[in-house]
Design a binder for this molecule. Sequence first.
Ligand code: ADP
Ligand code: MG
Length: 254
Amino acid sequence: MNQPMVKAEGVHKRFGSVEVLKGISMEVARGEVVCLLGASGSGKSTFLRCINHLEKIDAGRLLVDGELVGYRQIGERLHELHDRDICRHRAEVGMVFQRFNLFGHMTALENIIEAPMLVRKMPKAQATERARELLARVGLADRGSAYPNQLSGGQQQRVAIARALAMSPKLMLFDEPTSALDPELVGEVLDVMKSLARDGMTMVVVTHEMGFAREVADRVVMMHQGKIIESAPPEQFFGAPQHERTRQFLSKIL
Ligand code: ADP
Ligand code: MG
């Protein structure tokens, strides 16, 4: 039970000749909230996508909840996972993107019940009951029958969070969840994320919301050109950043 939820050991990822992740090593403990910072192009999204089986790593080891991502070890040898197993693993990790990615032809409620019914074979009545609880949890109890285009960006993003939670994930990944929102809608999404963190969800959050990182993160991790250059609790990270690049980054963003 003490094993970390995420364990990366020397993770490398390249696209063609470009090495995007150059040996990422980090751990995320159970219940921990880690905020991932870094300039555009530093590899943050790629790293999240590797954790969620959307990209295959080229070298190193990546484990989620003690299981290798993408591979199964039999004896000394690694075998690539079958799609079916990848789906099973991915279903246990929730991901929320910058763009809300809701199905436009489905209501909020239908968006939320889709995966539990399809992937988990949950009966519709049960999935619906759970979806209503989740809508209430993200403050949208009365918007279940709304279509995405009838909802604000902040509301859509809260539905996207509810949809991810419907699969009862053991880990939630957020990739700049508020970057596409009008400023006045950012707070309502961050509030939902804060309440998730308080409830003990393990979260890796790529964000430029420094107030959130300061308040909610257990640890802040700085990426630069495919490497982790700094990792510290927020007081230390913001109060006394060690790396020159971190100081530069913070001076631009704060
Ligand atoms: P960040 O999220 O920190 O902005 P990304 O992980 O999106 O960074 O990208 C890191 C680098 O990898 C960038 O140079 C980007 O152009 C490149 N990259 C990301 N995805 C692909 C891809 N599918 N094919 C080729 N290059 C990619
Ligand atoms: Mg990104």
